[in-house]
Design a protein around this ligand. Sequence first.
Ligand code: F6R
Length: 243
Amino acid sequence: MRIVKTTDYKDMSRKAANIISAQIIAKPDCVLGLATGSTPIGTYEKLVKRYKKGDLDFSQVRTVNLDEYKGLTRDNDQSYYYFMHEHLFNHVNIPEESTNVPDGTASDGDSECVRYEALIRELGGQDLQLLGLGHNGHIGFNEPSDSFAKTTHCVDLQERTIEANKRFFASADEVPKQAYTMGIGTIMQAKKILIIASGEDKADIIRDAFFGPVTPRVPASILQFHPDVTLVADAAALSKIPE
Ligand code: F6R
């Protein structure tokens, strides 16, 4: 694993955007696996700026998002479909049909998981998968558990995740209780992985995930087995890693 230490969130965003830009320039029709959450917002901002300057072309890029809440419609401002359009897709020249997010409103959840997994395979898998890191080590919505989930599946959100997300909804009751997520296997098949983290509150989990034992109790720890991972994190997030 390569570790890129940055001074702060802004610097992390710039360096992460550099890596994604290099991927798009090297392979204009690449498949990007994308994440939502607060960490990648600055990275998406930088990519939009570079597109507007004429330095990046998204016309042939295809994207697959990690996850989506079950039951939220696309126009719900808490859906990940909405997030991706607000922060990236609406501001660059990517064709709508080249972007993919699990369909939170699918009537048959099992079929939606099978469809999404097959779609990623048909696209040839992710050339580069962007990831954020949850405080408990989750990646996508793969929460700590007794085993690593292989493929796209539907998860019951943990009470802690519902609590953490309720600030975005009118009440805890409105927070979806389930979500679709790529499996750990789906993530691990990406040719390259870029994981980003910022802030002191991520320092413990960075140490545990990348310098502790590989265990499904810390889902991100599996990334230690991936041959091409780059962790871009700021000094605060890296403050507890061993010398
Ligand atoms: C988002 C996702 C999540 C987040 C994680 C970190 O698509 O899959 O795993 O990456 O919860 O979230 P932030 O960036 O808000 O700390």
